[in-house]
Ligand binder design. Structure first.
Ligand code: GLU
Length: 334
């Protein structure tokens, strides 16, 4: 009898378990956050956002009475970067993406690479870390300034990445084109460090938060690479001419062998979405990050300087999404 009861109980619990799994599967809505290369900071950013959302979904018990109408589950795959992400949001393939502040501006205004492809429905959620634009050159290349890259093999980045666009903007400002270099490559951010370490390229351009493990690898591998200073009147003109650029410094000692501050210009990493994404989802994503802020900041050392009051305005040129506004008002931030 005891045996019979226990087998009925276990059969019932298997039934209950499978029922609850089906219920979860039915009510969960999946969405995607576009990031960048697997060794960059965007990939960590997207995954940290998902982690905060899933964590708060457990505590708020989304999908039950009193919680949100649906349970949301997110994934943050590695992608080609800023412009690719914005393009995928425009197509409705991604619901969110991480993107540089310069490309957020150009996409919503239909300028630069976004000329003729304006995306007025692009919406800002918040900004994250600073991304100094960095040109890392191997020791052998003996480059200390942009002009020293003449006749060198330079990785300008994969099409779709933010750094590719910003590198081209810098090249325009310097009045040079690809023929200024010996040759150019279009490697992704995760391929470029290996190519530099293997001596296949002399330098690469990358806009990325710091400290970054892949850059430390560039500093310590056979190339003994360092970022060069990007200063002078051409760079100053870029900074003066656009609200989305600012002077940026990578402090001495950030990377092994880095004896001096590196001065350059930079952008902000920002999280963007579309006006077509629901207010409920954007509200929950924003709330999850801001209400688990200490934990979020621990997800990457580049987040250690984040301040809530800056994140709701710095580097944002697209209008804030109503879901984000709802949370910021509720939290007294707006
Ligand atoms: N800023 C780069 C881009 O927009 C990505 C940097 C990263 O992956 O952290 O493509």
């Amino acid at each position: 009898m005891k045996k019979l009861i226990s087998s009925i109980v276990s059969a019932l619990s298997i039934f209950a378990l499978s029922f609850s799994l089906t219920a979860t599967a039915k009510s969960a809505e999946f969405f995607t956050i576009g990031t960048g290369g697997p060794t960059g900071v965007y990939f960590q950013t997207g995954n940290a956002i998902c982690k905060m959302l899933h964590k708060s979904a457990i505590s708020a018990d989304h999908g039950r009475k009193g919680g949100a109408a649906k349970a949301y589950r997110c994934t943050a795959p590695s992608t080609g970067g800023s412009n690719y992400n914005i393009g995928q949001i425009k197509e409705g393939e991604f619901q969110f993406g991480v993107a540089q502040s310069d490309w957020q501006f150009h996409a919503v205004n239909g300028s630069s690479k976004w000329e003729g492809k304006k995306f007025p429905e692009l919406r800002a959620v918040f900004s994250v870390h600073n991304e100094p634009f960095q040109i890392w050159a191997s020791k052998k290349a003996k480059a200390t300034k942009f002009k020293d890259l003449k006749g060198k093999v330079v990785n300008i980045g994969n099409p779709g990445s933010g750094q590719r666009g910003t590198m081209e903007t810098l090249m325009d400002a310097m009045k040079v084109n690809n023929s200024y270099f010996k040759s150019v490559t279009e490697l992704t951010s995760s391929e470029q460090v290996k190519a530099l370490c293997d001596g296949k390229i002399d330098a690469f351009g990358y806009s990325v938060g710091f400290p970054n493990g892949a850059m430390e690898q560039a500093a310590t591998c056979a190339a003994k690479a360092m970022p060069i200073n990007l200063t002078g009147k051409e760079v100053q003109k870029l900074i003066d001419g656009a609200a989305y650029y600012a002077k940026a410094t990578i402090p001495a000692g950030t990377y092994t062998g880095q004896k001096k501050d590196v001065t350059t210009f930079g952008v902000k990493a920002t999280v963007v979405t579309s006006a077509n994404v629901s207010e409920e989802l954007v509200y929950l994503v924003t709330k999850a990050v801001f209400e688990n802020f200490d934990d979020f900041k621990k997800q990457h050392p580049a987040f250690s300087f984040l301040q809530k009051k800056d994140m709701i305005k710095d580097g944002l040129s697209a209008p804030l999404h109503p879901g984000a506004i709802k949370y910021y008002k509720e939290a007294g931030l707006l």
